[in-house]
Design a protein around this ligand. Sequence first.
Ligand code: SF4
Ligand code: SF4
Length: 754
Amino acid sequence: MATLPNPADINPRQVANKSDKKRLLEAIRMTLGVQSPAVRHNTQTFNRNRYAATALLPDYDALKDRARKIKENAIANLPELLRTLEAAVRANGGHFYLAKTAADANRYIRDVLVRHEVKLVVKGKSITSEETRLNHEIEAAGITVAETDLAEFILQVADEQPSHIIAPALHYSRERITALFKRKFTTDLPLDTGEELTKFAREKLRQQFIAADAGISGANFVAADSGSLMLVESEGNIRMTTTLPPLHIAIAGIEKVVPSRTDFGTFIELLPRSGTGQPLTSYVSILHPPLKAESFAAPGKTAKPREFHMVLLDNGRSGMREDPILHEALYCIRCSACLNSCANFETVGGHAFGGETYSGGIGGSWEAGTGTLWNARFSELCTACSRCISNCPVRIDIPWLNENLRQRMNLDQPTSAAKSAFGAMTGSAPEDRRAPLQKQFFGNYETFGRWGTSLASLSNTSMNLPGARAFMESVFGVDRRRTLPPFPKKTWEHLYREEPAPKPAGLQPPLVMLADVFTNYGAPERGMAAIRVLRAIGLDIVLSPAMPDGRAAMSQGMMETARRQANAIAPMLRRYIDEGRKIVVLEPSVLAMLRSDFRHLIDDQTTWTILAENSFEPLEMLWQVAQRENLDLARIFPAGRSKHGSRLFYHSHCQQRTCNSASQTIDVLRAAGFDVVTSSVECCGMAGSFGYKREYYELSVAVGEDLFAQARRADQEGGPRALVASGTSCHEQLFAGMGREVLHPAELLAGCLE
Ligand code: SF4
Ligand code: SF4
């Protein structure tokens, strides 16, 4: 990182393509240095507004199911829908063109404009036209293009690409826009407020609308049966683009076609709420072009007859449709909820977490589908935290897409004797041994945990020898600034065998605690605390053998290793369930494997369903039993007995929240008498191996800053609160950022036992 240039010297376009890893690092540095405050403020505002808006929808889940179904059916029947749409557009009097490639689309549009002797074209926001680089083609034909969306206007002036799907200039603060306009335009106006800037841009744009010969728009949805377009916007510029000039060209990807205009209703409910958190955007237009009303004519001019062209773009989408993984990305309705709920995106925005056109977690699949696989390299910034899945209105499993992209990139790497030997030694499946050493190192955590704990003193001493961290950094990409937790002398399995089990009180259900590898080799005392807490309320609990579950391998795109591990651990756990036990899982990322990710990985889907329905987070289980048995938790775990005090700052794990098993921990702690302040960040930024990696350490720390700031604010009244977190990664991040002990809720409760 030390050789990277000054962020102020980099233009986003220089680093738009990140197939070269160096440029990905430069982009991270650039955005952290220049754009991060504005990106954070704007995305987090959208995110808060979305939570508030969707909470008011009584049928939010049903709406999401309906939206998903519409898109699934539409993509399944796409060839037929396209034929229906073509007939409808032609019957309406419009022209229809199905462009196989971006170049075809550009050529067609340029030819139409040239044929009409267009001098000036006004454009509404269209990411599809960004994908084809339409402006360059039109301008090369000597035609002026005026972007009329305020944000696109700013980007056109700045010569930058969008950094967000719905708010393309969201990385600009008001001050930066003022400075930009002052630099690019001759004006004496102060331009110090949002209103002044908007008025200034509006006056410039009005002249363009009046003079324009043609308007180019996108389309949020296209109805096959009628040829109608749905367009959602905030400024009214799209309405003017599509209604004032005589010539209207709409360009959209083929995935935007839905069967009927009646399908628009579901998306009108979901799209604005998921994007900006508005119940409805200021303008929703449903057009049936070509319009019947006369086009606009400037004073003294005659109105020309209207003409409409529907240009639908394939450009790789048919290939995505056939692709078992990328297929799902075609359901995307481009709402941006996944961007705004992503802690990494919130910190750097789409100029780092994005490619030449598409950004955010879903952007990788779009760049790979419409461009090349390596255009999707930025999807490495997806930590698979899963926060976007439940916020996506069409329920796309974005981390799964990104993990598969990672696998494809691993497979696209040259093989080497060092990688093969290292993989064979550490446990990579043969198919995964092309993966870089860094990925195989983090993907085989279980092996290193086993080796490290079996010779803990030697391992810990070696890690602190001079040169050891430099070696790990250069060979495995482990950033030397990140503190490595020491290996414990005894594993969780070992400690469990040493501790006599009390006679069970017969409370139901009997449990098996999964000895996940992260706790077994990293925090065995934490695991024992959870066992003691569950035993304290009278539950019978045993510990399973420690086995890898596939999480570490999957996060590195080592899918075959993950599949083998998942298929080995699943039957072992299933046997406990068949004996009548429920599973409890301390590490939330492993709980998410059982509840969700195993559906992709294990062959026996019945076993996945059984595991998903019978797996619980320990305090989630405790809360269920306490409610059912009417247990007095303040008597069993009196907060007043805690040597850490009763004032807590609690940060729940991202996957714990996606699994809906976070609120029960807070309920338990409060019922025990603790005063709990909770964090509201989506993710701590550590995210397993992510925060250890040399390339991403700085981003990880920057993401963590929001969490540290919340913890510090909570300390301000009444002094420091005990720091409590449920995930292994969150512990490491909070400890690094706050410099003081971090406890698991179970450790806190165990400390209150007599
Ligand atoms: S899984 Fe997490 S990191 Fe990945 S895109 Fe979704 S929110 Fe972002
Ligand atoms: S993936 Fe889902 S959340 Fe993200 S933009 Fe598409 S529809 Fe919205």
